[in-house]
Design a protein. Structure first.
Length: 140
């Protein structure tokens, strides 16, 4: 969608924008890159540098790793051995637990002691029992 928006903004075809993206993915030492770049320079003419800069910025914002999914799967795998069948209720509870459990350690010091929900919203959340709908116990 972002690439389509970029092609509309620069008034170029989607295929041309994708070609710029693929050309930038090739290593500088690859001869195919230079042939593609020459063809794109001819096609885009005065817009070449602007389009390339925008495509490069766009590609820098994209997470291109399966490690995100692999990380999630490795976290979930520990809970799957508990049950053979994972119902919707179990998955909802597991989702709640993982979203509200605070990080004990992280490569990023600002994440330590915060849950994924707190990091996403930027606000501290209430006690987890309150989030599940239970009233807090108070002594008189």
């Amino acid at each position: 969608m972002d690439l389509a928006a970029l092609s509309r903004r620069w008034q170029i075809g989607s295929a041309t924008a994708r070609e710029v993206l693929e050309m930038q993915a090739l290593p500088l030492s690859d001869r195919r890159r230079w042939r593609r770049e020459a063809a794109l320079r001819e096609t885009l003419r005065g817009r070449y540098h602007g389009v390339c800069a925008d495509v490069e910025e766009l590609s820098a914002r994209v997470v291109r790793a399966s490690s995100l999914v692999e990380n999630l799967n490795s976290r979930l795998r520990n809970y799957f051995f508990l049950r053979r069948h994972l119902g919707e209720d179990y998955l909802a509870l597991l989702q709640f637990f993982l979203n509200h459990r605070r990080y004990l350690r992280s490569e990023h010091p600002q994440r330590v002691g915060k849950s994924p929900t707190e990091l996403l919203t930027g606000e501290p959340h209430r006690h987890w029992l309150e989030l599940l709908g239970y009233a807090p116990y108070e002594r008189n």
